[in-house]
Design a protein around this ligand. Structure first.
Ligand code: APR
Length: 309
């Protein structure tokens, strides 16, 4: 069977880490694209030379030419600038909107059947932009943030309860911004909601830390933003799609009436498979959750309006 092809646009921290995991696990062939000349080629050569040690038969190439991304099954968009200390994801909006619009136009023609995963921040808006500029159906364009936010929440819950992080199943709704909505009622450890296991005050603290999860890392790194967990989150989505896993994952999806939202990308639980977003899962929210979700959705809608989508 021919290997699947995953192209990664932006060969920086997140892009290169994603490429590394794809090659290490032998998930697919990999194309690393960047505007900087030589850099994606150098990183691809380095990764290729690691493949014998990983017993991986993935081919990894680096390029500055969109033609090399043609025929991709999945395209992951990580290009843009990363956050600096004190900068919100939303400050990145205008700069990254220009970059991502150009990319949408660059990738669409050569890979008309691809599924696109937006990673560049502000991620919900960039997903919307890629949906518009590629002209692809909305179920084949999605954003990554929810998987990362959920992984962060799971980490903090696992530390709190001193259990294995893999036993925690977190649910997060809303935009991948400071207004994201972690959902303790639906977050479980081996099926038991954390509201039964952790006090309200402590849950509040864990939710707050999750909301600031990206900023906490930015303030420690000082010169960039997180990339290991973002890359791992992207891989979870890539695998769900390439292997048609029908896996429920929180993703930024285009809503057309679900949760009372129409025509906007926001984070919701969805079933991911070969068709991309195959189904959106609608949870029954209580009053407080509905309010928080509406606030988060309004924040995303505000950004979308700024760039006239
Ligand atoms: N086309 C392709 N690549 C581009 C373009 C473009 N038009 N513009 C910038 N790039 C590349 C840069 O050359 C750089 O290699 O995007 C890469 C971004 O890499 P980093 O600066 O290392 O940023 P990274 O940490 O990977 O974050 C990328 O993901 O998580 C988000 O907030 C983060 O928006 C940021 C994105």
């Amino acid at each position: 069977m021919k290997k699947k092809k995953v192209s990664i646009i932006g060969a920086g921290h997140v892009g290169a880490s994603t490429a590394q995991l794809l090659a290490l696990y032998g998930i697919s062939d990999v194309v690393l694209f960047d505007i900087v000349e030589g850099m994606p080629q150098g990183k691809a050569l380095d990764l290729s030379e690691a493949c014998p040690l990983w017993n991986s038969s993935s081919s990894v190439i680096g390029t500055n030419d969109y033609a090399d991304t043609a025929g991709s099954d999945i395209i992951v968009v990580t290009a843009g600038i990363a956050r600096k200390p004190g900068m919100s994801r939303d400050d990145l909006l205008k700069t990254n909107a220009d970059v991502v619009s150009a990319i949408g136009l660059g990738i669409a023609k050569g890979s008309p059947d691809a599924v696109i995963i937006a990673v560049t921040n502000p991620m919900d808006v960039m997903a919307h932009l890629l949906f518009k500029t590629t002209g692809f159906p909305h179920h084949r364009v999605m954003g990554m943030g929810g998987v990362l936010d959920a992984a962060r929440f799971s980490t903090f819950v696992a530390w709190e309860l001193k259990v294995s992080p893999g036993a925690v199943n977190s649910v997060i709704l809303g935009g991948h911004g400071d207004q994201m909505v972690p959902m303790p009622r639906f977050t479980t450890v081996n099926g038991v909601p954390i509201t039964e296991l952790i006090s309200e005050d402590r849950i509040k603290a864990l939710v707050e830390r999750t909301r600031n999860g990206g900023a906490e890392i930015v303030s420690l790194l000082k010169t960039g933003s997180a990339y290991y967990a973002p890359a791992a989150s992207t891989i979870a989505m890539v695998k769900a799609i390439l292997f048609d896993e029908k896996r429920p994952l929180p993703a930024a999806c285009y809503l057309s009436g679900q949760y009372g939202v129409d025509g906007l990308y926001v984070g919701v639980p969805a079933i991911l498979g070969a068709g991309g977003v195959e189904k959106i899962i609608e949870l029954k929210l209580n009053e407080k959750e509905r309010e928080a979700f509406a606030k988060s959705t309004a924040a995303v809608a505000g950004l979308v309006k700024i760039i006239n989508l």
